[in-house]
Design a protein around this ligand. Structure first.
Ligand SMILES: Nc1ncnc2c1ncn2[C@@H]1O[C@H](COP(=O)(O)OP(=O)(O)OP(=O)(O)O)[C@@H](O)[C@H]1O
Ligand SMILES: [Mg+2]
Length: 234
């Protein structure tokens, strides 16, 4: 599978797996990379998100659902991955599902979005166990926490510190803050950078994309020029 595979997983519901997947995939797609999102969640949020885009301004990455195949998606992935530079796997929120395990067994990189609140930090331990177990089968796998929906305040700082103190799973330097622009981009079937290029949200998504490219040792491309700046949101 020549494409680099990134699994975005965490059994905790609502911690921004789909947000991370779609902002990364779309941001890199806008830069000229050929990107596939594999929606492995029966909720189909990635699929619905991309379907909101206008036909003349499609979501800048291809999105396909392989959720019905469950862990057997690996075979289909092996067929499709060579056609892309990067493949993101948006996993469902269930640790006992065979899907995250299957994804981690083929991934180059695993991202574990964690909201810096206590229940998410506690739940991240199960995600960590799964990543460490998968590394025994797939020694090339690298796993990182990604701070998501970050807010300012003592509790959030404490939780971030606890995650940073984890000796087994490092945390990415980049993060996504809680911002209306991220949620709003779903409405337009877009990513934050295509709505307002230099907005604080777009700068965060760009920094995350840069860090992921560096981890995968992929040379950055110049940002692609979009047909039109929509200017719908800040
Ligand atoms: N950085 C952010 N700023 C604002 N809203 C966000 C951010 N990240 C995620 N959200 C919102 O939080 C909710 C949960 O995010 P998302 O759907 O990405 O989580 P998930 O982990 O994929 O959930 P599930 O476990 O159901 O698959 C969504 O309504 C999303 O729009
Ligand atoms: Mg999701």
């Amino acid at each position: 599978m020549p494409a680099q595979l990134v699994a975005v997983f965490n059994q905790k519901g609502g911690c921004a797996k789909t947000m991370t997947t779609m902002q990364l995939a779309g941001t890199l797609g806008m830069r000229g990379f050929k990107v596939l999102v594999v929606d492995m969640d029966r909720q189909g949020t990635s699929m619905i998100w991309s379907a909101q885009a206008e036909a003349d301004d499609p979501f800048p990455a291809e999105v396909v659902s392989l959720a019905p195949l469950r862990e057997k998606m690996i075979g289909e992935l092996a067929k499709r991955a060579p056609l892309y530079d990067l493949v993101f796997i948006d996993c469902p929120p269930a640790i006992d599902s065979p899907i995250p395990w299957a994804a981690l067994n083929v991934a180059d990189l695993a991202l574990i979005p964690v909201v810096p609140v206590m229940d998410n930090v506690w739940a991240s331990r199960e995600a960590k166990e799964l990543a460490l177990k998968a590394r025994q089968e797939n020694p090339a796998l690298r796993a990182y926490y990604l701070a998501s929906m970050v807010r300012r305040g003592r509790l959030f700082d404490l939780c971030l510190q606890e995650l940073r103190n984890d000796a087994d799973i490092p945390m990415l330097e980049s993060y996504l803050s809680l911002r209306n622009a991220f949620a709003e981009s779903q409405l337009y079937g877009a990513v934050v950078g295509s709505i307002a290029k230099k907005s604080p949200a777009a700068l965060e998504a760009d920094a995350l994309a840069d860090e992921v490219l560096a981890l995968l040792a992929i040379k950055p491309k110049k940002p692609a020029v979009r047909a039109a700046q929509r200017g719908k949101s800040k």
